[in-house]
Design a protein around this ligand. Sequence first.
Ligand SMILES: Cc1ncc(COP(=O)(O)O)c(C=O)c1O
Length: 311
Amino acid sequence: MLNQPSPLQLIQDEFLTQRRIRLFVKRDDLIHPQISGNKWRKLKYNLQAAKQQQQKRLLTFGGAYSNHIAATAAAGKIFGFETIGVIRGELVKPLNPTLSIALELGMRLVSVKRKAYRQEKTEIAAGLQNELGKCYVIPEGGSNTLAVKGCAEIIAEISEQLGGELPDYICVSCGTGGTAGGLVTGLNGMSLLKVYPALKGDFLKDEINSLIWEAVEKKYNNWQLVTDYHFGGYTKWNQELIDFINTFYKKFSIQLDPIYTGKLFYGVWNDIEKGKFKDGSTIVVIHTGGLQGIAGFNQRFGDLLQFNMEM
Ligand SMILES: Cc1ncc(COP(=O)(O)O)c(C=O)c1O
């Protein structure tokens, strides 16, 4: 059911050959059609823990287009949990593709005003558990210590696929920091991890450090934030980003999403052009999925992303 280890795909292109760069994509987007990318990595040990604790329900948080909400709904259906999704803001009808699918998969959707959502997650979870019964609570974006443990496993897979070596650089997108935190712990001081936030602000440095600390009680210096490619903030985009994603698909048949992976690959491509990676180096870019969000994006903005929507 799960395509693991996910493929490590070499990208062949004149642009890369000229710069003597070997670039691989870790295709975690292919792990599962509904629980894809970092979502499976983050949920894996949480699902195990919920089973061990004999919990029947998963409760989690997310925005109306959240990849994590969609993946948790699917994981609940497949692994036999009821699911509750606490959604930031109103549930606008008709529901967007993300929420429609979550609902179809049996998720109970609870809308919470934006301010309360920001400030009162613990109280909201407690209130819902009073009403519905005990739940296994997973934070927004799925980022907790068990998510860090799951994401760390990406590194061992990559190393095995590269014949026991590690690349010079690993590049990953970032929202809440759990995936990056996991990669740092998996690297355990080796290679350089470049983290491309999909949103503005360098608060993520502290978030990632504290997720690492909670997981392994260590500090690492072999990672950095690259803050030049958020395109104005979370969910912000421009035509240049859309053109890049469409061209990337035409050239390599790899779909990217406009919120996370599109910005990441755009950033990596630009940084290669600017000489920010050592000549002759090997780079692995992690494809963290997020493709379920494309339908909602195209619905809102008019079919800007031109690729086959079958997933
Ligand atoms: C597709 C995709 N890529 C990357 C990320 C960022 O991961 P993290 O929240 O662990 O930083 C997310 C959000 O969870 C995501 O949905």
